[in-house]
Design a protein around this ligand. Sequence first.
Ligand code: TMP
Length: 198
Amino acid sequence: MKIISFEGIEGVGKSTQIKLLNEYLGSKGLKTEILREPGSTVTGEMIRDILLNSKESLSSESELLLMFAARAQLIHEKVINSKNDIILFDRFYDASIAYQGAGRGLSIDFIENLIAFSKCPSPLITFLLDISVKDGFARKAEDIKDRIELSGDKFFEKVREGYISLSKQYPERIKLINANNSVEKIHQDILKEIEIVI
Ligand code: TMP
């Protein structure tokens, strides 16, 4: 089983690209599954509800640990013994480094320890869809904002920078894709990278 993960700030178009890539992989006869984080297990979806919809204030530390509680459950239930050829992750552990590390200012070393502790396998490849914070939120202008989306532009600028620096730290794994392009062009950019690794 191989993991392909998709990352980026809000409004970059991850879900559309995951759907297109999933169709492509299916057409090649590969057995796939799409998992979203936080979520994709019964427990994980309950934790997601707290993380995104809680009206109570959550400390950054609680937020981080809840993300990892959901993640550890997902790894245990659906990843470690997966019979799929490929799991497509709509966000994975890089999101914790970008959002809780770079964004909230929590220790990246500690987050890396949590990644190891929760037995996260490393993705084969990660697509970082990149767009400005302004353009990302403009695409979501009609949506009601959840708790994390209400964190403000400064927070999301730090998250975006955090993601970009991760892509520089792991250039072999994390591919930065310009998400300003058309859906079809982004899909083609992704396929070029996929054909090299699959
Ligand atoms: P989304 O997947 O529907 O965009 O919502 C998930 C939200 O949770 C999004 O704002 C990113 C955030 N998030 C983190 O802050 N840390 C994480 O580790 C993950 C997986 C998501």
